[in-house]
Design a protein around this ligand. Structure first.
Ligand SMILES: *[C@@H]1O[C@H](CO)[C@@H](O)[C@H](O)[C@H]1NC(C)=O
Ligand SMILES: *[C@@H]1O[C@H](CO)[C@@H](O)[C@H](O)[C@H]1NC(C)=O
Length: 189
């Protein structure tokens, strides 16, 4: 009988087949115990508030660079900001801390109308303490509302994905302080 080079030695075939059979059995047991119905992905919603200070001695968002020969500002293409905003559970800056909004923003539209958001929500308190959510996307500037993606997470929020809606709920222009509501909707699969 002719043999082909694709045939594996028998012991290798057995070893690779065993975990597959076990996995199939476990899956069958899970399906039976759930009444044969696959469970829906779990959806989680959380509303958080970013405390954003763009000026003063305690600024939490600052310009790090921009295009040489251009003015560096929110409205100027290529301006890069680094941020570490406190996040609280209510609009009041003295309400319970939830975590930090750490990362960067880059003015990404040539006309300055959008910023590219690349931040992590780093939870330091509450049920997700020690976990993070990764927030990414293009967001309109100088408008009350914006929406970006939640692309993943870590810790208890691994494999999370969804969206985060931003809304500026308070602005004090002279001192460069604003409160940004962040309404996150994620699924765990
Ligand atoms: C900046 O932070 C320091 C230390 O927490 C505080 O004493 C000071 O009042 C703050 N300054 C402003 C303008 O908020
Ligand atoms: C947050 O967003 C969800 C879904 O987009 C919405 O149903 C809910 O009312 C919002 N919650 C708040 C407090 O804005």
């Amino acid at each position: 009988m002719e043999t082909s080079s694709f045939n594996s030695p028998p012991h290798l075939t057995t070893m690779s087949a065993t975990p597959f059979l076990l996995a199939t059995l476990v899956l069958a047991m899970v399906l039976c115990s759930a009444g044969g119905v696959l469970l829906q992905p779990q959806e989680t919603n959380m509303v958080l508030y970013f405390q954003d200070y763009v000026g003063g001695p305690n600024a939490t968002a600052m310009i790090v660079t921009g295009i040489p020969s251009k003015i560096w500002s929110f409205a100027s293409f290529g301006t890069v900001f680094v941020t570490d905003d406190p996040i609280t559970e209510a609009p009041d800056p003295n309400s319970a801390p939830v975590g930090r909004g750490r990362g960067m923003y880059i003015t990404s539209a040539l006309d300055g109308s959008t910023t590219h958001v690349l931040i992590s929500i780093v939870f330091t308190n509450g049920q997700f303490s020690g976990s993070t959510l990764e927030i990414q996307g293009s967001s309109p500037q100088f408008q009350k509302y914006g929406e970006v993606s939640v692309v993943s997470g870590t810790g208890r929020l691994r494999f999370a994905r969804g969206y985060a809606k931003f809304e500026t709920v308070f602005v004090d222009t002279p001192i460069g302080y604003s409160v940004i509501k962040c309404n996150v909707t994620i699924r765990n699969a």
